[in-house]
Design a protein around this ligand. Structure first.
Ligand code: HAM
Length: 412
């Protein structure tokens, strides 16, 4: 039935897709917390003006990707396309603006009306981290270290690309320079493309279009427009990364697609995702909080594409611990008793109490195919003797254990 279709680019997620996404989410959560970042939850719906004033009127996101709608009160709202603007809005709304350094993280769905393809959806999930209130390169390094730690815990091979965009003055001079430079190519471009490039010439620098790449080949890059203190700041970041033995590529074309960036910008890219190879993007946004009406506080952060990463991680480890089957219906209560004893004694243990009617051989088959590490089958004999044959489903070995030994074994 046509009406019951999912929306393009917004797939239902189940089975292995959800498992992969949870693995990425859990590693993000664990790593954010280990760096002492605190969770922040903002609404999925915000006023569209928030993103016009932050992500930028001329950005692709505002030009063509926002899911917007008018509510019953005539307000123009939208589904959030990213998390930084909402978090900054929330800091201002809630008066969280003192001088203390603040470290927040968030996880959740974002929405962009882009052409769906591998690694790109219209509803996708991001995990983001924002470090507010520290201007020095120490915070650049802390944020990059956090991002890199997540990828390493996920066993993902990455490349870190890094660049430095100037503050407002330098960016404005660079923009004016590029607008003038582009005038030389006016005749070669259609009116539409020319006016798009004129509107946001910096963004066009990392265009995937080979004609546009050719045009920008001879243009100066942003580093020629940076002030002395900006160059020094970037050099300090580079030195710290080298001291910490963090490998990176300097990428002069890395300009990012959102307008709020000032200073250091970076992306982590991976193989195996085709054109959508950026799994993490971020940078410094020292003017955004002030521009949105808050205090003049510096900040840096990143967001990680959870679904994108979920597509490429290797899921080989068995996550489910023990399958408890039973010989017949009369043994199920005892199996449930044992299952709960194990759950009570071993934090986080994943225990399946099988409730169906399959025979023992089929139960063991199910345990295997569902990815359990161990299985026991409970019957009258196990109830009488309180001892169990623990089958290791990975190597086929067996161990006979009593209830206490079973807990100890699975706890080890
Ligand atoms: P972004 O580069 O637009 O930055 O998005 C960050 C990451 O989200 C991307 O590297 C990608 O992995 C994922 N992503 C973006 N769009 C899609 C999509 N359509 N489908 C799947 N994954 C996607 C931001 O959003 C900034 N708020 C990051 C930031 C935080 N900068 C400072 N603080």
């Amino acid at each position: 039935m046509k009406d019951l279709k999912t929306i393009r680019g917004m797939p239902d997620l189940y089975d292995e897709d959800v498992e992969r996404i949870s693995i990425v989410e859990n590693i993000c959560l664990e790593t954010f917390k280990s760096f002492n970042f605190q969770e922040f939850r903002t609404p999925i719906v915000e006023n569209k003006t928030l993103f016009q004033r932050s992500v930028g009127e001329s950005s692709d996101i505002i030009q063509k990707e926002v899911y917007e709608f008018e509510d019953r009160n005539g307000e123009i709202l939208c589904l959030r396309p990213e998390g930084t603007a909402g978090l900054v809005r929330a800091l201002i709304t809630n008066g969280l603006m003192n001088d203390e350094i603040k470290k927040f993280f968030y996880l959740g769905p974002m929405f962009r009306y882009e052409r769906p393809q591998k690694g790109r959806k219209r509803q996708f999930f991001q995990a983001g981290a924002e470090l507010i209130g520290e201007e020095s390169t120490k915070s650049d390094v802390e944020i990059i270290l956090l991002a890199k730690t997540i990828l390493e815990k996920l066993n993902v091979k990455y490349t870190l690309e890094i660049n430095y965009l100037g503050k407002e003055d330098s960016l404005n001079s660079y923009r004016s320079y590029l607008r003038k430079y582009l005038q030389n190519f006016k005749d070669e471009l259609s009116e539409k493309v020319y006016s798009r490039l004129q509107r946001n010439p910096i963004r066009a620098i990392d265009s995937k279009d080979s004609n546009i790449q050719e045009i920008f080949k001879k243009a100066s890059d942003i580093s020629d427009f940076l002030k002395k203190e900006e160059k020094e700041s970037f050099e300090r970041t580079i030195k710290s990364l080298k001291d910490l033995k963090i490998d990176f590529n300097l990428n002069k074309n890395l300009v990012r697609g959102l307008d709020y960036y000032t200073g250091t910008v970076f992306e982590f890219t991976v193989d195996g995702l085709g054109a959508q190879n950026a799994v993490i993007g971020g940078g410094r946004y020292d003017n955004l909080i002030k521009d949105l009406g808050g205090r003049d506080l510096p900040a840096i952060g990143f967001a990680l594409g959870i679904d994108r990463l979920a597509e490429i991680i290797n899921v080989t480890t068995r996550k489910k611990d023990i399958f408890i089957g039973s010989v017949d219906d009369d043994s199920i209560n005892f199996a449930q008793y044992i299952g709960n004893k194990l759950r009570e004694n071993i934090k986080g243990l994943v225990v399946e109490n099988y409730l169906g009617n399959a025979n023992v051989a089929k139960q063991l088959k199910k345990a295997n195919s569902q990815g359990f590490k161990f299985a026991i089958i409970v019957g009258q004999e196990e109830q009488n003797t309180n001892s169990f044959k623990l089958k290791n489903l990975l190597d086929g070995s067996e161990n006979t254990l009593n209830e206490i030994e079973l807990v100890e074994f699975l706890n080890g």
